[in-house]
Design a protein around this ligand. Structure first.
Ligand code: 5GP
Ligand code: ZN
Length: 136
């Protein structure tokens, strides 16, 4: 299903032009227009799913294969030193466009970006309590 009011549906299906670096029957990969680094790209499914919770397993698996292929292309062609895959779900997690997408962010020495988090130092009891909540 496509959503006419969704900007990423319109881009993914070619109704709005984009800088496309890869396309197949189910996905379009475009350059992000507010990139974290040179070559920051977005994998967009052509169907509308708001986030990871809605995406069918088969599409999720295909998306990871596209991520692998396009990451290799970006690293090679742009001479990146590394690459982050980022996928935000929900506003609290930083999602601004409610159409599932995966960020491919090439990384370069001293690129000044901070995509990693600050580690915390939980006690054994706190970690055990998390485990109990997840498995219980
Ligand atoms: P989110 O914060 O939802 O994970 O990421 C949304 C991303 O989409 C942002 O990095 C933003 O720069 C990018 N973006 C938003 N609108 C457009 C657009 O119209 N075209 C392109 N190419 N990127 C967009
Ligand atoms: Zn959409």
């Amino acid at each position: 299903m496509k959503d006419e009011n969704c900007i990423f549906c319109r881009i993914a299906n070619g109704d709005i032009p984009s800088r496309t670096i890869y396309e197949d029957d189910h996905f379009r990969v475009i350059l992000d227009n507010g990139p974290a680094t040179r070559g920051h790209a977005l994998i967009l499914p052509k169907e509308h799913y708001k986030d990871l919770s809605e995406i069918p397993e088969e599409t999720a698996a295909e998306a990871m294969i596209v991520a692998k292929k396009v990451s290799a292309l970006l690293v090679k062609k742009l001479h990146a030193d590394g690459l982050n895959l980022v996928q935000n779900n929900g506003e609290t997690a930083g999602q601004t466009v409610k159409h599932f997408h995966i960020h491919l962010i090439p990384r370069y020495e001293n690129d000044g970006q901070h995509i990693l988090w600050n580690p915390t130092h939980p006690t054994d009891e706190e970690l055990d309590s998390v485990l109990k909540d997840i498995k219980g």
